[in-house]
Design a protein around this ligand. Structure first.
Ligand SMILES: C[S@@+](CC[C@H](N)C(=O)[O-])C[C@H]1O[C@@H](n2cnc3c(N)ncnc32)[C@H](O)[C@@H]1O
Length: 230
């Protein structure tokens, strides 16, 4: 039986759709981008990475190839079934408590923008709970201007189009975002809730759980390395 959809999250298109509206087949088609380069430049060689929300292992596989050890977590078993070479754990990130710690905890894919503030806090607390002394948390956040000038589209060289069609206010400072992924033979859509966070709001969200920014890793400040606050 499939998992229950998260309220405000929805997806359409062929194959299994996860509770946050992601399509397993779509993520299997997407190639990896610069994410592994950013991670590799920011953490010690061969670190043990706890990757939260790993999907089908798009980034996981590239990290493994670079010599990292990865424990990969996702709430979708169908996503995890496609991960190769990593230890996998099927769980909501919010509830994860492995009783062990990691050099690096990675919360990518903009999960920190969860619509529900309590969910966001729980995600970040999971990062802290699994962080080894002296370790770091890597977070991928949205660009600060992402929801201006919509619709916005990008044609990927591999032959599909990603379109962020709209971001409609859904109350309490949260946007309902609607995105389309158009391939020659199939189209997937995802609707999700995203709470925009300015740099200050983002840093306050980290502070709530005892984390602080160590370094913004990219010029657009979408990738962040954080550690336990001094
Ligand atoms: C947008 S996909 C990205 C997957 C992968 N990080 C990538 O970049 O290819 C988000 C993934 O996170 C998982 N996910 C989202 N929220 C989650 C949560 N609260 N607990 C566990 N998994 C979650 C979804 O099942 C999905 O596989």
């Amino acid at each position: 039986m499939g998992l229950k959809m998260r309220a405000g999250y929805h997806g359409t298109g062929p194959g299994v759709i996860t509770p946050d509206g992601c399509a397993v087949e779509l993520y299997s088609r997407l190639s990896v981008g610069v994410e592994p380069d950013i991670v590799a430049a920011a953490v010690p060689v061969g670190a043990h990475v706890l990757e939260l929300g790993c999907g089908v292992g798009r980034v996981t596989h590239s990290l493994l190839e670079r010599g990292f050890t990865v424990t990969a977590v996702d709430e979708s078993q169908e996503m995890l079934d496609r991960v190769r070479g990593a230890r996998v754990i099927c769980s909501p990130i919010e509830d994860l408590d492995l009783g062990e710690t990691f050099d690096v905890v990675m919360l990518a894919s903009f999960l920190v923008h969860a619509g529900d503030v309590e969910v966001r806090r729980a995600l970040l607390r999971t990062c802290v709970r699994h962080l080894a002394t002296g370790g770091c948390v890597l977070i991928q956040r949205e660009g600060e201007d992402w929801y201006t000038n919509l619709p916005r589209e990008r044609v990927d060289p591999s032959g599909f189009t990603v379109r962020i069609v709209s971001a409609e206010p859904a109350g309490d400072g949260v946007n309902s975002v609607y995105a389309e992924y158009e391939f020659p033979d199939a189209t997937w859509t995802q609707t999700f809730l995203a709470r925009p966070l300015t740099k200050e709001q983002f840093e306050r969200a980290l502070a709530e759980v005892g984390l602080e920014v160590d370094k913004y890793l990219t010029g657009d400040r979408t990738w962040v390395r954080a550690g336990v606050a001094a």
